[in-house]
Write a protein that binds this ligand. Structure first.
Ligand code: SF4
Length: 366
């Protein structure tokens, strides 16, 4: 196909094609039904490095529990992190909470209006500031996330390495393309195009509204991904039950742990513990991916008496019995949450049960 050129006139056509496509094809996501800057802020922080399908259930619960900046600022950090469970990158939840407290102290409980002022809040980078300012306030500032970057690289015909476009160049092009009368909708349309059509692998160019402007029309060269490292780990599921009341033994990670400090997980089992306990078959095998590590996890159900004889039981880490009904209030690691849901100790969120959330690569059974 002959390429249309992104002249001044071409830019107008690009905007019209993209916005018309978005109007017909935008997914119905809960944060798209509001212009409330607080709700958009929460959704944009949750969406950083997390798929929209995984965010939907958590976002709805989070907004129900913390419907305003003041509600979030008054909550305990532990409670905020608990509602973040399963989304990963828990530092985002802590920063959101401390930013809400700062807003109460210094901004009268409201979010600042401009992207420049928003950028000064803890945990708010260029992307989040631009998204809130354009969607909630109509500021003409371009958003560049991973999806938009991919669309722009392909439209411009750029790949990885020395031929790739610099961040400054992408910002320049994104700002030039932006529809000044509808910057929020345009930004969302670009992100949606990257998330649903201009996919990292196998882009759906036949359904792309801006195909005529695209110099690549397919996958562009990218730097090879870091190789994944495989790690094996074993956990114990130790339960006490009295009638319908069930308690599960959990361990709290140290407050100074480099990852997920203060969060709760199942007790780990060393190789020696497995021999000692004489268990052979795990109740669950799953793979859990964090950045470039694949954790191949096996979970062994153990009697209280059996577990108490093992070396893991005497570890100095904080252990506690937690009622199954209280688990939603506890800041669980994503892996612990996944295991407890799979083993029916923790109820699954309604959206997941109805099959509205998409399974991720890290959700596969071995
Ligand atoms: S034509 Fe294909 S590669 Fe180009 S922007 Fe559209 S979906 Fe992406």
């Amino acid at each position: 196909m002959e390429n249309a050129v992104l002249t001044e006139q071409g830019r107008e056509t690009f905007r019209v094609l993209l916005l018309s496509w978005y109007q017909l094809n935008a997914r119905d996501l809960p944060w798209r039904r509001t212009r409330d800057p607080y709700r958009i802020w929460v959704s944009e922080v949750m969406l950083q490095q997390t798929r929209a399908a995984a965010v939907v259930a958590r976002y709805t619960q989070f907004i129900e529990r913390f419907p305003s900046i003041v509600a979030l600022a008054l909550a305990r950090e532990e409670e905020v992190v608990a509602l973040w469970s399963g989304l990963g990158y828990y530092r985002r939840a802590r920063m959101l909470h401390s930013a809400a407290q700062l807003l109460m102290k210094e901004h009268g409980g409201s979010l600042p209006k401009s992207s420049l002022e928003l950028r000064r809040l803890p945990g708010v980078g260029d992307y989040t500031a631009a998204a809130i300012a354009s969607i909630a306030r109509g500021e003409a500032v371009a958003v560049i996330d991973g999806n938009v970057e991919r669309v722009l690289m392909r439209v411009l015909g750029k790949g990885a390495g020395s031929r790739g476009a610099s961040a400054a160049r992408l910002k320049e092009v994104a700002s030039w393309l932006l529809a000044p009368k509808a910057p929020g909708t345009f930004n969302q349309a670009m992100m949606e195009l990257g998330a649903t059509v201009c996919l990292p692998h196998g882009p759906l160019c036949g359904s792309c509204p801006v195909r005529e402007f695209c110099r690549t029309q397919g996958e562009h060269p990218v730097r090879p991904r870091k190789q994944m490292i495989s790690v094996k780990s074993h956990y114990a599921l130790v339960k006490k039950a009295a009638g319908r009341h069930v308690e599960v033994l959990l361990v709290q990670r140290p407050p100074n742990a480099s990852q997920m400090p203060g969060m709760w997980e199942l007790p780990t089992l060393g190789d020696h513990d497995l021999i000692e306990s004489k268990v052979s078959e795990p109740a669950l095998r799953i793979r859990h991916s964090i950045t470039n590590k694949n954790f191949y996890v096996q979970v062994f159900p153990l009697e209280v008496e059996t577990f108490s004889r093992l070396a893991s039981a005497s570890d100095s880490e904080k252990q506690d019995w937690v009622a199954a009904s209280n688990l939603p209030e506890i800041p669980l690691t994503g892996l612990a949450r996944k295991i407890l849901m799979r083993l029916d100790v923790l109820a699954k969120p309604r959206q997941v049960r109805q099959g509205k959330a998409l399974p991720g690569a890290d959700d596969e059974f071995l």
